[in-house]
Design a protein. Structure first.
Length: 166
């Protein structure tokens, strides 16, 4: 388990920590990834329940992905992970909408970067997702370019910014 951090939100101290994702987290994480506004911002098509559980069962069984639950004030609010994509070490995160704008994603990414020391790390964000771009830049990622992402069974066609942390 990673350490905990305190961040001030609206005058209230908020505890943020990471821990390994467990099978018991999957029902909540499934619901979080269904949120329409989050899917639109991320440019993804949510997985159906069968696909979602198959995807996460493989991750949890193989443990080749660093997959962490984001816990804020004792509540599971999202996930963050480091994984191979296109032969590159990449990071991704997902936060429940009701917890957006509270600095949780930035702190969770900073904590993951303390644990995952391999560099370079890559990330992408839809160019329309200003909040995610701010999270990446606050944590030291720099934008290296943009491209049009093709529509697939998982992703919407959208303009994508690519990021690098060296």
């Amino acid at each position: 388990m990673s350490g905990a951090a305190k961040t001030s939100v609206g005058g209230k101290a908020e505890s943020v920590r990471l821990r390994d994702i467990e099978a018991a987290d999957l029902p909540a994480l499934f619901q979080i990834q269904l949120e329409p506004e989050g899917c639109l911002l991320a440019g993804v098509i949510p997985r159906d329940e069968t696909s979602f559980h198959a995807h996460w069962s493989k991750i949890l069984a193989e443990r080749i992905v660093v997959a962490k639950a984001i816990i804020a004030d004792g509540i599971l609010v999202g996930s963050i992970s480091c994984f191979q994509q296109g032969g590159k070490e990449s990071i991704g995160y997902w936060l429940a909408k009701e917890h957006w704008g509270r600095g949780i994603a930035s702190r969770a990414l900073a904590m993951l970067l303390e644990e995952v020391t391999q560099r370079p790390l890559h990330a992408t964000a839809a160019t329309s997702n200003a909040a995610s771009i701010r999270v990446l830049e606050r944590c030291g990622f720099r934008m290296t370019g943009t491209h049009t992402g093709e529509e697939t069974e998982r992703y919407l066609r959208r303009e994508v910014a690519t990021f690098l942390l060296e």
